[in-house]
Structures are given as structure tokens and as C-alpha cells.
Design a protein around this ligand. Structure first.
Ligand SMILES: O=C(O)C(=O)C[C@]1(C(=O)O)C=C[C@@H](O)C=C1
Length: 274
């Protein structure tokens, strides 16, 4: 059987890489990219069978541009994965925290460790493409005085020493990843979660009425995120995740929203993994 091709942002040891292995197993071909738009493109062109994208973190919040990418590239969400995230502060073996003047990592990782660096103001923060590639580059370039924030798996792969463990602001830290595919999903009644984009007409109390309708139908709104409609300055669309027990009630709710509030795009229907 040919191996599935899975597109990720990041190199081996990155959190995306870990999700790929946990979700699809070891027998896959990983296509690694530097940016999220390249991941999206590889799924659209068929170069990759599926793509993996971080979408929100329990400390740092949503990765806004990824909502827009999924929408613009017309991708479908087929599944989700919650990965516990432990950030390790690492450098070349023998270095101490006093030796470090600069830390490089993925911007989301830096955000998750803000409190730690507030206590070490002598360390300059620099954004980089992903967590693990920094560990790789420090090792390859024998870079003294520079540290990475990455997983313990990355420290093992690239021979880095962990100077401080679990430096994220809250120990209990998770990133939600979504698994993307090009084709629209086949309807299935065995799902209990949907990701949608609702573009509501601007009317007084419109959003409040929409939320009331969802609550009245006993559907759990697990996430709401507004993003600007760029063609119409100061108008917003809402990415809304719904968790439900009854597929028919959910479908009827979507119909009611379309009838009374505006356009609904179903981005994915899948099983909640929370
Ligand atoms: O840099 C990595 O290792 C990634 O997989 C990226 C990423 C992200 O995009 O949020 C994934 C999980 C963590 O929240 C930090 C960084």
C-alpha cells in the first residue's frame, strides 16, 4: 500500500510532526513546510493527502490567519487532535541560563512562555519558523548563547540540553490541531461536532439572536471567532464550532440559521476529541 502523504509545518520534533505520527501512525510520508500557506497549498494541489494545522492554544489563543487560510483554500476539516504541549528551554550542552542572550522559537511557543521570559529580561526573544528547527540549527551551527523552546523529543533528536523544563505559563497547556483535506466530507450521522462559517447580515441584536437559537436547540457552542470580511471593511464573519448530540437537530439548526441570519458554510463535520 502506498504511504499517506501528510503535510505539516515544521521539521521532525516539532509539535505538528508529533501530531502527524500520533494521528496517522509511523507509516506515513511527511511533507514538511516552513509556513501554513504552503501546507494549505500542498493539500489543494493534491501533493499531500492531508494537512495538519494548529488552530488554537489554551494559553495563547487562536491562530487567526489559519481560519482565513482554511476558508480561502476551500479546505475541509476531517478531524481534530488535542496535543498536550510542554515547552523545554534548551541550548548546547554545558550552557547555563546566564550564558543565554537570545531565545528563538515559533511565535505561538514564545507567547505561551511569556511569564517565564518576564523573569529573565536579559534574554531577547526572536520569532522563527518552528520550535524544532531552531534546536536543529543551534546544534548544526554550534551556536553558543542562543536557546530554543521546543519539545523534549526535539531535544533528544538534536542533542540539546534542557536548561529549564515546562516553562509554559500554565503547566496544563494544549494546542488544538485540525486535520485538513481537499474534498468536501461525505455526510455522516456518526459525527457530533461541526466547524462552520456564518456570515450574518448586519442587524440589531443579530448575533445575540443567533446564539440564543443555538442554545435553545441545546447545541453547545464550543468556539466562536470573528474574522473580518476583507472585501467589506468593518464587517465580520464568525467561525462557529458546534457540538451536538443529535445530527438531525443540528442540521435543522443550520437550516434555521440560513433562513434567518445569513450564509452558512460547513467547513467540517467530525467527532469531537476533547
Ligand atoms: O513549532 C512547532 O513545533 C509547531 O508545531 C507549531 C506550533 C503552533 O503553530 O502553535 C504548534 C504547537 C505549539 O502551540 C507551538 C507551536
Amino acid at each position: 500500500m502506498t504511504q499517506l502523504k501528510i503535510a505539516i509545518q515544521g521539521v521532525p520534533g516539532s509539535f505538528h510532526h508529533q501530531v502527524a505520527l500520533r494521528n496517522f501512525g509511523e507509516d506515513i510520508e511527511i511533507l514538511d513546510f516552513d509556513t501554513f500557506p504552503s501546507v494549505a497549498k500542498s493539500v489543494v494541489t493534491g501533493e499531500a493527502d492531508f494537512g495538519i494545522m494548529a488552530i488554537e492554544n489554551s494559553i495563547a489563543g487562536a491562530i487567526f490567519p489559519n481560519y482565513d487560510l482554511i476558508d480561502r483554500f476551500e479546505l475541509s476539516i476531517r478531524d481534530e487532535y488535542y496535543l498536550p504541549i510542554g515547552h523545554q528551554f534548551m541550548a548546547l550542552p554545558g550552557q547555563t541560563i546566564e550564558d543565554i542572550t537570545e531565545v528563538r522559537s515559533h511565535p505561538m511557543a514564545l507567547l505561551q512562555c511569556k511569564a517565564f521570559f518576564a523573569q529573565h529580561p536579559h534574554i531577547r526573544l526572536k520569532e522563527d519558523t518552528d520550535t524544532a528547527s531552531v534546536a536543529r540549527d543551534i546544534a548544526a551551527g554550534n551556536l553558543k548563547g542562543v536557546a530554543a523552546i521546543a519539545s523534549s523529543i526535539a531535544a533528544g533528536i538534536y542533542g540539546m540540553e534542557i536548561i529549564a523544563s515546562d516553562i509554559q505559563t500554565i503547566k496544563n497547556n494544549f494546542t488544538r490541531f485540525i486535520i485538513l483535506q481537499k474534498e468536501p466530507l461525505k455526510p455522516s450521522t456518526s459525527v457530533n461536532k461541526a466547524s462552520t462559517k456564518v456570515t450574518i447580515q448586519n442587524q440589531k441584536g443579530g448575533l445575540a439572536k443567533l446564539l440564543t437559537l443555538i442554545a435553545d436547540n441545546e447545541i453547545d457552542l464550543s468556539k466562536i471567532q470573528s474574522i473580518p470580511v476583507i472585501e467589506k471593511p468593518w464587517e465580520y464573519a464568525f467561525f462557529i464550532d458546534l457540538v451536538f448530540e443529535n445530527y438531525t437537530v443540528y442540521k435543522n439548526t443550520i437550516e434555521e440559521i440560513q433562513l434567518n441570519f445569513g450564509d452558512v458554510k460547513i467547513i467540517g463535520e467530525y467527532l469531537s476529541r476533547k
